[in-house]
Design a protein around this ligand. Structure first.
Ligand code: 13P
Length: 263
């Protein structure tokens, strides 16, 4: 069975103490998981060091929410891949729509960060998504293809194998977000799979594509059933450990009961 990625972006929500309590709870849940789930959490930078020991022994990947592409230099307020590698993080979230929207991050900068992460063996989780205007103008696919192409520019097949993609339609994210129809998610994920196969002939079929944006208790199973949805990237519905636990337990039993027999 293929690994299903499921994790949460904490955005700017948790103190260190809150993060520690959450992670301790997630550790307990992870011990009971029987299916092939790869859990991950993406805390704020301040929580990475204290949380690292809690994830090391568990099946939980630890990621950061952003970084600069340079190793060091005069970039006040930034944090470098060298610094994150020192903590021992597993992955780095890059290009979330909130970073694009509020901090002017663009595909070229994300591409530099992808290369920098891979140089330190940190897995890039590259977020892409069209905004509502692009959707209305029916240029979602063109927008997403361009984002993928530029964000993943000049990667070798071997490097591309380490990348994860998160498709997060901007109009579906956050309090004002409108959950996407599963049929739309299916169409876009199939398109993203084709695009990745076009960019990387050898590994394009293996790059995990996660879905995010208003994933909640009512819709997560509809999304995870889709052929080219290889995981879920959740915000609000996973920030409370009890709420995340409901999703994880249901997903685990769903996957466990759907294992196809070996013929
Ligand atoms: P919500 O699940 O709160 O819409 O946020 C999703 C997200 O931004 C994950 O990166």
């Amino acid at each position: 069975m293929k690994k299903i990625w499921i994790g949460t972006n904490w955005k700017m929500t948790k103190t260190i103490e809150e993060g520690i309590q959450f992670t301790k709870g997630l550790r307990e849940i992870s011990e009971a998981v029987t299916s092939n789930l790869q859990l991950f959490i993406i805390p704020s930078h301040t929580s990475l060091v204290p949380i690292k020991p809690l994830t090391t022994a568990a099946n939980i990947y630890l990621g950061a929410q952003n970084m600069h592409w340079e190793d060091s230099g005069p970039y006040t307020g930034e944090i470098s891949p060298r610094m994150l590698a020192e903590i021992g993080i597993d992955m780095i979230e890059l290009g979330h729509s909130e970073r694009r929207q509020y901090f002017n991050e663009n595909d070229e900068a994300i591409n530099k960060k992808v290369h920098a992460a891979l140089n330190y063996s940190i897995k890039p989780l590259v977020c892409i998504g069209e905004n509502i205007d692009q959707k209305k103008q029916q240029i979602s696919k063109e927008t997403l293809a361009a984002q993928l192409k530029v964000c993943l520019q000049n990667l070798s097949e071997e490097q591309a194998k380490e990348v994860l993609i998160a498709y997060e339609p901007v109009w579906a994210i956050g309090e004002q977000g409108i959950p996407a129809d599963a049929s739309y998610v299916a169409e876009i994920h199939d398109f993203l799979r084709n695009t990745l196969e076009g960019l990387f002939a050898e590994v394009g079929s293996e790059i995990p594509i996660l879905f995010g944006g208003s994933v909640n208790h009512d819709n997560f199973l509809d999304y995870i059933e889709l052929e080219n949805v290889n995981g879920l990237f959740i915000g609000r519905a996973a920030w409370n450990i009890e709420s995340f636990q409901v999703i994880l337990q249901q997903l685990d039993s769903h996957l466990a009961s759907n294992v196809s027999p070996i013929l």
